[in-house]
Design a protein around this ligand. Structure first.
Ligand code: NAP
Length: 247
């Protein structure tokens, strides 16, 4: 896939699914701005890895749940890269508990990063894409946002919200050459799922029709398609990447 002369912002791009997406886009020739919030050395490691593809790569500290900080970073990226063509909203967290034990902080934290963070990034790139009459917005939902899950009410609500947000933005921007789509991964092997016990992992794997856990690259391949010019007539879509789990 060809992303030459395109600039992509990937939130949570320093590891897991985000890094796989950033790698796939960089391999296709895209300049990459990765946004991270954790360890700076992780961000630097990711930057080094991405630089092998020979495009411009920068890392920016940015808590996507912070409206003003997100705006500052997006403005900086536009200034330093000369514009943005692709926005990948990938940053996400979990705070799993039954609602019985879930406190307000657990609910707010997940909604603020996953859903409000996605809104913040879309809000701050919206006018830029409108003026350009071009843009690709791809946000990472989850099959949990479609089917729900006991112990993940906050996460499920945030990921369902991303789907509704995506479809609304798709309708607002379709006439301007800007697409907005979402991917809904199933069970993907990353830091987020590595914390689960082997028992839970085996039980989940047994339910997947494809009989294997997904890889970050499985998700990146679909995201890259949605970011490409080949997907110009695809908008408001949600593509499951789950080995058939939520069929
Ligand atoms: P991960 O390895 O835990 O990575 C999460 C990423 O989100 C990290 O890069 C992290 O940044 C970033 N992040 C967290 N809070 C942030 C904040 N406030 N501001 C900016 N960045 C923030 O998880 P993953 O599995 O790759 O997940 C990526 C996305 O896929 C998430 O939205 C997740 O919900 C979704 N997803 C994952 C699965 C799965 O099975 N793994 C399934 C469905 C959906 P740092 O590296 O700087 O900490």
């Amino acid at each position: 896939m060809n992303f030459e002369n395109k600039t992509a912002v990937v939130t949570g791009g320093s590891r897991g699914i985000g890094l796989a997406i950033a790698s796939k886009l960089a391999k296709g020739g895209a300049n990459i701005a990765i946004l991270y919030v954790g360890d700076e050395s992780e961000g630097l490691k990711a930057k080094e890895e991405l630089l092998q593809y020979g495009t411009k790569v920068e890392q920016y500290f940015c808590d996507v749940s912070d409206f003003d900080a997100s705006k500052q970073v997006i403005d900086k990226v536009i200034d330093e890269f000369g514009g943005i063509d692709i926005l990948v909203n990938n940053a996400g967290i979990t705070r799993d508990k039954l609602v019985l034990n879930m406190d307000e902080k657990d609910f707010d934290a997940v909604i603020n990063v996953n859903l409000k963070g996605t809104f913040n990034m879309i809000k701050h790139t919206y006018k830029h894409f409108m003026k350009k009459r071009y843009g690709r917005i791809v946000s990472t939902s989850s099959i949990i946002g479609i089917i729900g899950n006991a112990g993940q009410a906050n996460y499920a609500a945030s990921k369902a919200g991303i789907i509704a947000l995506t479809k609304s933005v798709a309708k607002e921007l379709a006439g301007r050459g800007v697409t907005a789509n979402a991917v809904a991964p199933g069970y993907i092997g990353t830091d987020m799922t590595n914390v689960l016990s082997d028992k839970v992992k085996d039980a989940m794997k047994a339910q997947i029709p494809a009989k294997r856990i997904g890889t970050p690259e499985d998700v990146a391949d679909v995201v890259a398609f949605l970011c490409s010019d080949d997907a110009a007539y695809v908008t408001g879509e949600v593509i499951r990447v789950d080995g058939g789990l939520a069929m």
